[in-house]
Design a protein around this ligand. Sequence first.
Ligand SMILES: NC(=O)c1ccc[n+]([C@@H]2O[C@H](COP(=O)([O-])OP(=O)(O)OC[C@H]3O[C@@H](n4cnc5c(N)ncnc54)[C@H](OP(=O)(O)O)[C@@H]3O)[C@@H](O)[C@H]2O)c1
Length: 274
Amino acid sequence: MPLPPPGPDAHVLVTGASSGIGAETARALATRGYPTLLVARREDALTELADELRDRSGLPSEVHAADLGDDDARAGVRDLLRRDDRIVGLVNAAGFGATGRVVDQDPAELDGLVRVNVLALHDLTVAAVQAFVPRARATGRSAAILNVSSITAFQPLPGVASYAASKAFVQSFSEAVHTELAGTAVTLTTLSPGLTRTGFADAAGTEAFDRAPGFTVGEAADVAEAGVAAMAAGHRSVVPGLVNQLSALSGRLTPRTVLLPVVHQAMDWFGGRG
Ligand SMILES: NC(=O)c1ccc[n+]([C@@H]2O[C@H](COP(=O)([O-])OP(=O)(O)OC[C@H]3O[C@@H](n4cnc5c(N)ncnc54)[C@H](OP(=O)(O)O)[C@@H]3O)[C@@H](O)[C@H]2O)c1
């Protein structure tokens, strides 16, 4: 069962809504008629987007500033998902990358990456599944989750090892839960974008976006549109764009002994080591 029809009581909570894919996903949802709850650390950016969404759609948009790497702040968002029965959708878009060899990296930064990309996504997904399934059973209204992964999920990537592994977790966990949810009125969709023009490159300290051929870099609005369409239909997963689909396929099928030296060199060239 997909995302239920839009309406004043069909709210969708979007993490990572202050920028990039999360912000565009909130715009795509508001355009379809869903009120939104926007989550990220930068309250000013969230407030600006909430004002824009209210002006554009005439629908409510609420702001919940929270650092999802912080246990207490994350518990606040988790409780919101459990308590607020207006919420029929969750989009986990918050996340960031870190480039460089593990030997050179700041352990605190990698810890933060795992907390946001893995722990927070897992925590909020579990809370949403455990809130949505009984609610859907009781009310007959369906609910949907969209987890943002990446094409880096499909193979190990020296140079962005922790980031790629965090997305491998997202992909594996989300596809498994999608299957567990069969027969319920709740769906979980995984969105796996390739390079996308957002604030990601600056946050990750990578030059990959400058060096990559233009046709391989997508726009956040297109990625968000693909994600919301797949979420609305209750699909298991979506990889937007042919180049990204080929990359995901080769990452899955190529033997690691062949793949790892090649991607190691490619990541060096792309500036994966920062
Ligand atoms: N851009 C790409 O090429 C690409 C490709 C594949 C997958 N992705 C994935 O797409 C998702 C969105 O990234 P993006 O490309 O849109 O990058 P972005 O523009 O940098 O957005 C990242 C979002 O995550 C939020 N965030 C980061 N740390 C957070 C924390 N501790 N607590 C709460 N929110 C936090 C940021 O908000 P605040 O800074 O306000 O907290 C921001 O809203 C990420 O999961 C990323 O891994 C991106």
